[in-house]
Each structure stands twice: as C-alpha cells, then as structure tokens.
Ligand binder design. Structure first.
Ligand code: NAP
Length: 476
C-alpha cells in the first residue's frame, strides 16, 4: 500500500471530521487516536473514504505509514496533552517532519513549542481552525503560524480542505510562531462579543417586548437577509424556532442560562490588557458568561434585591424599535470587530509578526463561526487602508457608525431604563463615545495622580510646568 501524505492524531469531534475532509479532497491520510476504539469506530464509519485512510493503532505504525518528510496534524485537547503527545511522537520522527498543533492552543504555548524545536531537525506549526464540527468536515477557516517554508509544504493540502469564499480559500500563513493561534484566539474573542450582543438583543425582545421564541426567531430570520447576514444570526433563528423533543416547548426556553467557556475569550482580554488596547466588547462578553455561570447567586440576589423597579418596557413604535435593534446590533458589532482588529494590530508590532489585516478578514469570510457578509466589507476597508489606526475611522465604517449609533443609543437607553442588562451593547456605545471625543476627562485623573503621587502631567499649552498647585502636606 502506498504511504499517506499526511497524518492526524486525535479522532475526537474536530479531528475525525478534519480527517474525513482531508481524505475526501483526495489526500491519503494516516490516523491515530490515544484510545484505540475511537480509531476502529472512525474507520468502520468512514464509508467510501476508507481507501484514502490508513487507520493505525500504535504510534510506530502511524509514523511508518506517512511518507517522509511528514506533516502530522495533532488535533487533541489543548494544553498539556499536546506537550505529552509531542514527546511521545518525537522519538519516531525524522528530519523535516512537521508537527502541526491544530487545537485551540494558547499562542504563548505555541511560541514556546516553536522555539523549543527551532534549530532541530523538526518543525512546529501552530494552526487555528475554526468552524466547529461542520467546518472541520466541509471547510474550516485556517489560520497558520510557523515558518513560511513549513507552511508552503502543507499549503496544498490545507487549501484543498479550507472553506472557499467565492473560490478564495480561507487559509493563510499569518506569520511566525504563535501568529496563527493568536489570530484564532482573537477570532474567538470577537465570537464571544458577537454572541453576547445577539443574546442581549434577544433579551430585549423577550423581556422588553415580551415576544415568544418563535417570534424572535422570525425577527432574526428577517435580519439574516439584510446587513447582519451571518452564520451566527442564521443559527440564532434556527435555535429560536426549534422545539424541545421532551416537552414540545421552544428548546431555548428549556435550556439553563449558564454559558460555558474554555479560555480563548479570557486570553483575548488578557492579551488586550497586556498591550493596553481596549477590547471592551470582548471583556463584557467574558464577564457576562462568568455572571451567567453564577446561577445560584443570581437567584439568591433576585430574592434580596428584586428586579430593577422600573415600569413596563414601553416603546412608542414597536416596528421602528425593532429596526433600531437591528441597527444597534450592527453598530455594536462594528465596535467589537474594530477592537479585535486593533488588538491584532498591536500584537503584530509587539511580537514582530506583520499580521496582514485584509488577509485575516478575508479568511474569516467563510468557514468560521463569525463568517458574515460584514467581513467582506472589512476586507475591502483594510485592503484600501491596511495601516489605518482603527476600523471605525475608515470611510466605509465611519459612515456605518454615523448611520447606526443613534439606534444603539436609543436601544441602550431603553434597556437601561427598562432594567435589562446590556453590558456588551453599552460597552460599544461607551467605546464610540470615548474614542470619537478629542477632549476627554483624563485631565482630572492626571490631576488626582499628581495630587496624591506627584506623577506629573502634560499641559494643553505645552508649558514646562508639570505639577499642580496642591501645596505641601496635602498628598497624605
Ligand atoms: P474532543 O472531541 O473532546 O476530542 C478530544 C481528543 O483529544 C480525543 O481524540 C482524545 O483522545 C484526545 N486527547 C485528550 N487528551 C489526550 C492526551 N493526553 N493525549 C492524547 N490525546 C488526547 O475535542 P475536539 O472538540 O475535537 O477538540 C480538539 C481540539 O480542537 C481542542 O483543542 C479544541 O479546543 C479545538 N477546537 C474545537 C472546536 C469545536 O468546535 N469542538 C473548534 C475549534 C477548535 P481519546 O479518545 O483517547 O480521549
């Protein structure tokens, strides 16, 4: 039997689907899973793709089944498991082999793994894969970090399996070491913000306008035909319209309001904070998931504090308000994406990656969870102005913000007055209002800092006098 062109370790949800995708695109693939039963089951269910797959039950057998120099995708639980798997694999590898971690690694782990192999016979690629199970099977968005030379060696197979947006494959080499996993992390951070904002709008429709799940589903369905057209809006319509097989009620009404998280949202916020870049939409979304998980505390607090003492949620014109909600969601989304791209731009300088912003927007247009028509507009904006300081000052997005931020203001005001929590939507409004204001209020903070800590300040007139007339003995 001829040798496989590529290998894959880890036949969980993502790995098994990615392996089938690779096989289907005409690439011969060797597969291995720590638990042998998973390999047997996978192969037994591979149907007509069996001829393209070499199932292996030991690492020796697996490595021998791949033609050297070997590209080996590791698609397992992120973290220590990857280090363990690499250590198990290494003794069997030979010159030129590439280990490709395709899980959701922390990019700092990726940088460490990349550095550890630098100068050796082996190479490491950190590859972000987005699109969930469906994407892995039929075309994910793939964000690659490593040496350009190692990427060129796997480019053909990755291009064959990636999602296509109008024939453009959604895969790219983004830079050395941790670049791919960093971009995937920020992709997920933006995804957190996008999902939270959708959930807040759902909350206004449910608790403010007292609409049923199916009615709200209709609203999202209509929005999916407009400027909000995206995978997340599309699936929101579907989940809102789905019935619970056990009770016949809408399934969303039967799902506990506790959201899980695995780390990429938190890492996005930490890295943004490390670099001093505001990512308030992602921060609000991560915090909202944390509050959501405090179900018992929230229920106890509701008994003590009660819901905010506000009257009925009233809007003068229901239809006009629903249009405002659509525009508010678009405005808030612009804020979250602008922040995510600003974080990547800062990281590019910090880590010397030269991240290509138009390319990143381009490879997110299809395959990944945040795919949308909107990303095509971001691609165009960054193609015209690749070095712009912030997406919201590009001509197209500045116009969109000016057109929609009034709706965001009305929606946030109505929600606040109605006692409905909208932390992510409100954060976007606060971001726009702060970012667009030439003269802010940090002069008071500087004065306070100088008062208690003699930190000094710069003056608006440029005069060479950097301390206030606070007098001695006041700064106790
Ligand atoms: P999964 O279905 O839970 O599968 C986990 C896989 O990891 C199994 O093959 C498991 O092998 C293997 N594994 C766990 N610990 C291991 C160890 N110490 N040594 C070797 N193998 C080990 O997970 P998944 O959803 O496919 O996710 C895989 C990776 O993709 C993760 O990094 C995840 O964050 C990332 N990811 C997931 C999604 C998604 O939508 N699910 C999307 C993008 C990226 P056994 O069968 O032996 O337990």
């Amino acid at each position: 039997m001829s040798q496989a062109e590529i290998g894959l370790i880890g036949l969980g949800v993502m790995g098994s689907n990615l392996a089938l995708n690779i096989a289907e695109k005409g690439n011969k693939i060797a597969v291995f899973n720590r638990t042998v039963e998973a390999t047997r089951k996978f192969y037994a269910e591979a149907g007509e793709l069996k001829g393209q797959i070499v199932p292996c039950e030991t690492i020796e057998e697996f490595v021998a089944a791949i033609r050297p120099p070997r590209p080996i995708i590791i698609m397992i639980k992120a973290g220590e498991a990857v280090d363990q798997q690499m250590e198990i694999l290494k003794p069997y590898l030979s010159k030129g082999d590439i280990m490709i971690d395709a899980g959701n690694a922390n990019f700092r782990d990726t940088m460490r793994r990349f550095e550890a192999l630098k100068g050796s016979d082996l190479t490491f690629i950190g590859m972000g894969v987005s699109g969930g199970e469906e994407g892995a099977r039929h075309g994910p968005s793939i964000m690659v970090g490593g040496t350009e030379e190692s990427y060129r060696r796997v480019e053909k197979v990755l291009t064959s399996i990636a999602a296509k947006y109008e024939n453009d494959p959604c895969v790219a080499w983004l830079g050395e070491n941790g670049a791919g996993h960093f971009v995937k992390t920020i992709h997920n951070g933006i995804e957190y913000a996008d999902m939270q904002m959708i959930a807040e709008i759902y909350g206004i429709l449910r608790d403010g306008l007292k609409m049923s799940a199916a009615e709200i589903g209709e609203v999202f369905g209509a929005w999916n035909k407009g400027r909000l057209n995206s995978y997340l809006i599309e699936i929101t319509e579907k989940v809102l319209k789905a019935a619970d097989p056990l009770t016949g009620k809408p399934i969303v009404d039967m799902i506990l309001d506790k959201a899980g998280q695995k780390g990429t949202g938190k890492w996005s916020v930490i890295e943004a904070q490390n670099m001093g870049i505001p990512a308030t939409g992602i921060e609000a979304a991560v915090a909202a998931r944390s509050i959501s998980s405090m179900k018992d505390e929230r229920e106890a607090a509701e008994k003590i504090l009660g819901l905010p003492p506000v009257g009925e949620f009233t809007v003068a014109d229901r239809q006009a308000f629903i249009e405002d909600l659509e525009n508010a969601l678009l405005a808030a989304k612009i804020g979250a994406y602008a922040q995510g791209f600003a974080v990547m731009s800062a990281a590019s300088k910090e880590f010397g990656w030269n991240l290509p912003m138009p390319t990143i927007a381009k490879i997110w247009r299809a395959g990944c969870i945040i795919r949308s028509q909107f990303l095509d507009e971001i691609t165009t904006a960054f193609t015209k102005a690749p070095d712009v300081a912030n997406l919201i000052v590009t001509p197209a997005f500045a116009a969109m913000v000016k057109e929609t931020d009034g709706a965001l203001r009305r929606v946030v005001s109505a929600a606040v007055l109605g006692g409905l929590p909208v932390p992510a939507l409100a954060s976007a409004l606060g971001y726009f209002d702060s970012y667009r204001r030439g003269r802010g209020t940090a002069n008071v903070i500087q004065a306070q800092r100088d008062f208690f800590g003699a930190h000094g300040f710069d003056r608006v007139d440029g005069a060479d006098s950097h301390h206030g007339p606070w007098g001695s003995g006041l700064n106790a």
